[in-house]
Design a protein around this ligand. Sequence first.
Ligand code: SF4
Length: 145
Amino acid sequence: MAIAIGRVAVIMPTYNERGNIETMLGRVRAAVPDANILVVDDNSPDGTGGIADETICLNDCYGNLKPSSYFHASVGNVKQVPFRELWFNSKVFNDLRDFPKYQGKCGECEFLNVCGGCRARAYAVSGDYLAAEPFCTYEPVKARK
Ligand code: SF4
């Protein structure tokens, strides 16, 4: 039986997968480019949800779509707006994928593309999800005097 591409859903349960999640997502995307990938993160304390801010998202049991489980604002509800519309056209998701918009030391950090900081934490502390990660103690090379 042929698999109808675009109708394939890949469900990835995760817990403390910060170091692996991007690699695994890349492999799944390479193997099944049009699959819908659902990552179910069980509130990992290692910040797996932070990686979700840039590459994946959370769809809660009410249909609210968020960058991660820690992000307290929803970008929309998939019961009212198609997932693809929210994923590709919402300001929040597009901002989070646009690294030059990142502010403070995250914006000048050489590790931005592999870390990005916790956007939910930045949002909670400063009101700006593109602000510097408030708990990070790393000093980016460009910021050192
Ligand atoms: S400043 Fe810290 S949190 Fe921000 S991208 Fe760099 S290492 Fe990550």
